[in-house]
Design a protein around this ligand. Structure first.
Ligand code: HPA
Ligand code: ZN
Length: 353
């Protein structure tokens, strides 16, 4: 969603200049459309069209009415682009580069190894190693620190989920720091995955769960109490139940809020009704993130602009959210402290914000 330029241009530039942290961004939702078109043409992927404008409505929310299922459907076509090692590496490299170009200083990028392996029957291990290598290169080429989170999708079979957990555990020294659960929370319960998530947490992975987006506050409670979530993807429906809200606040569970995505999935009706500010004022550890930049046609700068223009938040609030994000990141305590010091020092030095 492109936001208006003109009077907001100065503000956009200021928000672009801010050093930022993004904890919730999907690799599968972060492909440049130009890259998609090129891969499709090179590899003869059967598509309705090969130029960007023909492709756009298939992979991006354009005139679609707000709808959770429709939003998730966009991932199906995107899965067909992981045709070669080069394609996987290029997409992963560009996802990190694009974050850095938006002045994201720390990124936790999540991906589902099964989605990447699916197109050509690659192994989960090989696609994961390609992503790790590409992200390492991008970190060196651009001024950014990036870590990876492995995503399990709720409808995935248990054996595949188990493989993803083992894979993530085995690559912690190479930058995998967490485990995520995504997919349709309105249909698929999390209960069958409890022992896997416990195993992952005991092995040292951070746990984040998509919940309370299309589903109600009971899903947020389930994510925290059953799956041991330290962070919740979205989690905004916790405002509907004061007991769950207190649980989130008291356990210092961070909410990874993605405003544009929330509008497009129908989780909120308008930015004016978005509970971000209320959650913040209630003392919840909130953060602002992108979710899927290419599906939503957004950047973290755009999301900050929405927060300021549409939700009555200030630049100082946004820096408080960045501090929350660093403290809720899956870095080691020493790395977190160093990042917080660097980011706040950079913010302090900036004269134009
Ligand atoms: N919700 C659930 N699953 C997802 C999402 C989301 O917003 N984005 C990617 N997978
Ligand atoms: Zn998400």
């Amino acid at each position: 969603m492109r936001l208006p330029s003109g009077p907001t241009l100065d503000l956009r530039q200021r928000l672009h200049n801010l050093p930022k942290v993004d904890l919730h961004r999907h690799l599968e939702g972060s492909l440049r459309l130009e890259t998609l078109a090129e891969i499709a043409r090179e590899h003869g992927i059967d598509l309705p069209g090969y130029d960007i404008e023909r492709l756009r409505p298939y992979v991006q929310i354009t005139n679609d009415p707000p709808d959770f299922q429709r939003f998730l459907e966009k991932f199906q076509l995107l899965r067909r682009f992981y045709t070669t090692r080069e394609a996987v590496q290029r997409v992963a490299y560009e996802a990190v580069a694009d974050a850095a170009l938006d002045n994201v200083r720390y990124l936790e990028l999540r991906f589902n190894p099964a989605a990447l392996a699916h197109a050509q029957g690659f192994s989960f291990e090989e696609v994961t190693d390609w992503v790790i290598q590409a992200v390492d290169h991008a970190q060196v080429d651009y001024q950014i620190t990036a870590r990876l989170i492995c995503t399990i999708v709720r409808h995935e079979n248990l054996e595949s989920a188990r493989q993803i957990v083992e894979l993530a555990l085995s690559r912690q020294k190479r930058g995998i720091v967490g485990l995520d659960l995504a997919g349709d929370e309105t249909i698929y319960p999390a209960a069958p995955l409890v022992s896997l998530f416990r195993h992952a947490a005991q092995g040292g992975l951070g746990i984040t769960i998509h919940a309370g987006e299309a589903g109600g506050p009971e899903n947020v409670r389930e994510a925290i109490e059953l799956l041991g979530a330290q962070r919740i993807g979205h989690g905004i429906s916790c405002v509907e139940d004061s007991n769950v809200l207190m649980l989130v606040r008291d356990r210092k569970v961070a909410l990874e809020i993605c405003p544009t995505s929330n509008l497009q999935t129908g989780a909120v009706e308008t930015f004016g009704y978005h509970p971000l500010r209320d959650l913040y004022l209630a003392g919840v550890r909130v953060t602002v993130n992108t979710d899927d930049p290419s599906i939503s046609d957004t950047t973290l700068t755009d999301e900050y602009l929405v927060a300021v223009m549409g939700m009555n938040l200030t630049v100082a609030d946004l820096m408080a959210f960045n501090r929350n994000a660093i403290r809720a990141s899956f870095l080691s305590p020493a790395e977190r402290a160093k990042l917080e010091e660097q980011l706040m020092a950079e913010f302090g030095r900036s004269t134009d914000v």
